[in-house]
Ligand binder design. Structure first.
Ligand SMILES: C[S@@+](CC[C@H](N)C(=O)[O-])C[C@H]1O[C@@H](n2cnc3c(N)ncnc32)[C@H](O)[C@@H]1O
Length: 394
């Protein structure tokens, strides 16, 4: 089936995520891409704000077919010349005809030609209620929204975690999902290793996506934080939007002799956390995918001096290369490895990268073309960006 994705603020990364999971991904307009999939779960797509499906009839016909009772409609127009006014006129025109046919209609207004994610979400236009719909217009084509990113759920699980550490960095849950998805399609219950697990954001998202999570970190404190956060996650299912799907995945993984500490919760064998230096640790098998935010070095708030930058590049580069060298002999051919590496803002506005791709190649990994060009995740003027490296063991 063909879908339309409304891409997030970093569209290149959103597209890379779609390409890793689905087929026939095509840019439709700025901020929009179509793709083909059997089904889509927006709650697992960190890089897409909304997902829509093409309408199989004219918008008015579709709206007239909605079940009886008051209907709420929102229109977002992504066509080139659309404005707030033209979009609202379009929605009011539909309303007028529907009212004439005896329907009670509310139109959700927007400040722009398109409804923001928050407006759509908070007006219940996510496709779950048959009488509350958002229509998307692109040129002459019309779509119906079938899923909206639950920004409130991301904020809740980001902010409510008991163990947080601003110095270690705050991997946004959305980006954690993207890093996992960039590994490509994985089976339910696949084991994802994060060898720099920190406070456990990636492990948390892996569990919510129904994978097994295996985390290691050099710092004992971080191991404790991750453990605390994951135990909290297991106990507080009700705060997560997909509480129902957070059921334990199949059990019985032969990891009992591992050096990991298995927490004594019900879902104990869905996650493991252990202390370990990623440059020398021997992980326990199986490992189906590796996704992590590597060591990012100092958290600069200003552009570093050339000398400082050189030092940081050496330190961070050595850890990532040391880790990849250690990992290479421990994973099978074809296993995906996705790493968010640091890149530093320069005076000219570009990002200075680690420049380790050729060495990574020599260590036995294929480097995805998008990573060769650079796939950066950053907020405006953020000094340390995340340079996403998509690799696969040769
Ligand atoms: C940027 S943080 C990752 C934060 C993490 N994504 C989170 O959700 O909190 C990098 C982590 O790498 C760990 N680290 C640094 N050097 C390491 C090494 N050689 N082996 C394993 N972990 C290391 C640090 O302790 C830190 O927790």
């Amino acid at each position: 089936m063909k879908y339309l994705a409304i891409l997030g603020r970093q569209p290149e990364i959103s597209i890379a995520e779609l390409e890793a999971l689905y087929v026939d991904v095509l840019r439709q307009a700025p901020g929009l891409a179509s793709f083909v999939a059997d089904s889509v779960d927006i709650d697992k797509l960190g890089g897409s704000l909304k997902i829509a499906k093409a309408l199989d009839r004219k918008p008015l016909e579709y709206l007239q077919s909605l079940p009886e009772g008051k209907i709420t409609i929102g229109v977002s127009d992504y066509s080139e010349k659309a404005s707030r006014k033209t979009t609202l006129d379009e929605a009011l025109k539909l309303k007028k005809i529907l009212v004439r046919h005896g329907r009670s209609v509310r139109v959700v207004e927007s400040k722009d030609a398109v409804l923001s994610t928050a407006t759509s979400l908070h007006n219940g236009l996510s496709g779950k209620n048959d009488r509350k719909v958002e229509l998307i217009k692109v040129g002459n084509s019309w779509y119906k929204v079938i899923g909206i990113q639950d920004i409130d759920a991301y904020a809740r699980r980001d902010q409510a975690r008991p163990a947080r550490d601003a110095k270690v960095g705050m991997l946004p849950p959305k980006l954690a999902q993207i890093l996992i998805n960039l590994c490509g399609p994985l089976k339910v219950g696949a084991t994802i290793l994060d060898p720099f697990c920190g406070t456990g954001v990636l492990l948390q998202e892996a569990l919510l996506m129904r994978y097994r999570a295996y985390g290691t970190d050099i710092s004992e404190r971080m191991v404790e934080y991750s453990e605390k956060n994951l135990k909290w996650l297991m106990k507080s299912k009700s705060i997560h939007s997909r509480a129902a799907s957070l059921a334990p995945v199949a059990t019985g993984l032969a990891r009992s002799s591992s050096p990991c500490q298995a927490p004594d919760s019900l879902e104990s064998n869905t996650f493991w956390i252990s202390r370990g230096d990623a440059t020398s640790f021997q992980w326990v098998q199986p490992i189906d995918a590796v996704a992590c935010e590597g060591y990012l070095g100092k958290p600069f708030s200003q552009i570093p001096s050339d000398m400082e930058l050189k030092k940081q590049k050496q330190e961070c580069g050595a850890i990532i290369l040391g880790f990849l060298k250690n990992l290479a002999s421990q994973i099978k051919e074809g296993i995906p490895v996705v790493i968010a590496a640091p890149a530093w803002l320069r005076q000219d506005g570009a990002y200075e990268r680690l420049e380790i791709l050729d060495e990574i190649d020599k260590l036995g990994y294929n480097v995805n073309n998008k990573s060769r060009k650079g796939l950066f995740y950053h907020r405006e003027k953020q000094v340390v960006a995340r340079d996403i490296l998509i690799l696969r063991k040769k």
